[in-house]
Design a protein around this ligand. Structure first.
Ligand SMILES: Cc1ncc(COP(=O)(O)O)c(C=O)c1O
Length: 386
């Protein structure tokens, strides 16, 4: 048996050591506080669950769904975009359902990257941008996201010779793992850049609704000309606490969606129709749970930021996402710091190096546990006397 070389290109799984230590600690009876996973701890809102229950019973939902998603779901997406961002989308050509946004993000590279082509990806960044490029035998070229630039890439700094080989670039705001946000003027720069070099822009907008202190995130597609160069990937996972349901969508340039659909029609057969009906309920039904969740995350954020700042950090409150990107102390590597927190405090965090080389020197925590547990985590870190 000979495994394909493509598998060997996948970077080593950096969380393996942490996972092993976590298992050992659990066996020893350690009370673990897991801040490592970006998975909402609160349930899916009841109206969405009820819609699924009712839809599952309807035999009409039991057959193969249309490849692009049901007409009803695509219309609900278009309406949601219109209401939320004032962006017009044609539900027939500019919207496609995904089996979670990760599915579409992973597959878009197969639709645009030929062997030897370059992609531009943020570093630190969601790991699928890199592996997606590698699976298509392309070269992922990193755009460093540095704190001094507000974790936005500096497009002028990218080597022009490389840029000419780039077919596709990913950006992601509100950002995982840094929690940074981008404004319209940044998106305008990206549109100009993409037009000049004929690059498809993919904006990963998974955290669009997770925002605080009155901040509202802009869609990339609000910018003039964005639809000519770009796609926006979206997810019901974080907005509606639906990570396990696997439902997302992509919107934007019709030709790009059509290219992605060629890959998808040969890989999957769409999301379960009953789940799409529940997705329509999520997008068109009451939205008050989003506000409620954001209040919960704001309170959790404040506990962590205020608590850690009292211990010597200098963290600014994030305006969006549920991640806090924390510099390690005493020049420790992200892996050493994560190991220390696990071994000495029973706290799991994600080492920054897992998100790329520019993630070194940071760890990410996710605000996905109750307030009391976050208070306890801060207390344990205080007791470490770092
Ligand atoms: C930046 C980013 N994009 C995409 C996803 C994928 O989300 P889903 O496939 O659940 O829609 C995640 C999940 O954590 C993420 O952090």
């Amino acid at each position: 048996m000979k495994i394909a070389q493509r598998i060997e290109t996948v970077p080593p799984y950096l969380f393996a050591e942490i996972d092993r230590k976590k298992e050992e600690a659990i066996k020893r009876g350690v009370d673990i506080i897991n801040l490592g996973i970006g998975d909402p701890d609160q349930p899916t809102p009841n109206n969405i669950i009820e819609k699924l229950r009712e839809s599952v019973k309807d035999p009409e939902t039991h057959d193969y769904p249309p490849y692009a998603g049901t007409a009803e779901f695509r219309q609900a997406v278009a309406l949601w975009y219109k209401n939320r961002f004032r962006v017009d989308l044609d539900p027939d050509n500019e919207v496609m359902a995904l089996i979670g946004s990760k599915e579409g993000i992973a597959h878009i590279f197969l639709a645009f990257i030929d062997p030897g082509d370059f992609s531009l990806i943020p570093d630190p960044g969601y790991p699928v941008y890199k592996t997606g490029t590698l699976f298509a035998n392309g070269f992922p070229y990193v755009m460093p996201l540095l704190e001094e630039n507000g974790f936005l890439p500096n497009l002028e700094e990218i080597d022009e010779e490389i840029v000419r080989k780039v077919k596709l670039m990913f950006i992601n705001y509100p950002n995982n793992p840094t929690g940074a946000v981008a404004d319209k003027s940044f998106f305008e720069k990206v549109v100009k850049f993409a037009k000049k070099y004929d690059i498809l822009v993919c904006h990963d907008f998974a955290y669009s609704e997770m925002t605080y202190d009155g901040y509202k995130a802009n869609s990339f597609l609000e910018v003039d000309g964005a639809k000519d160069v770009g796609l926006e990937f979206h997810s019901l996972s974080k907005t509606y606490n639906m990570t396990g349901w696997r439902l997302g969508f992509v919107v934007g340039r019709a030709e790009a969606i059509s290219a992605l659909s060629i890959i998808k029609t040969n890989v999957d057969s769409g999301a379960f129709k009953a789940i799409q009906r529940a997705g329509v309920e999520a997008l068109s039904g009451p939205q008050d749970n989003i506000e409620r969740m954001n209040e919960i995350y704001t309170r959790r954020r404040d506990i962590v930021i205020n608590g850690l700042n009292k211990l010597g950090w200098n963290l600014k409150p994030i305006k969006a996402s549920f991640y806090i990107w924390i510099p390690t102390l005493n020049n420790m590597s992200s892996m050493d710091f994560a190991n220390l927190l696990l071994e000495k405090a029973g706290i799991i965090v994600s080492p920054g190096i897992g998100y790329g080389e520019y993630g070194e020197g940071y760890v990410r925590i996710a605000l996905t546990v109750e307030k009391k547990r976050l208070e306890e985590a801060v207390r344990r870190i205080k007791n470490l006397k770092l």
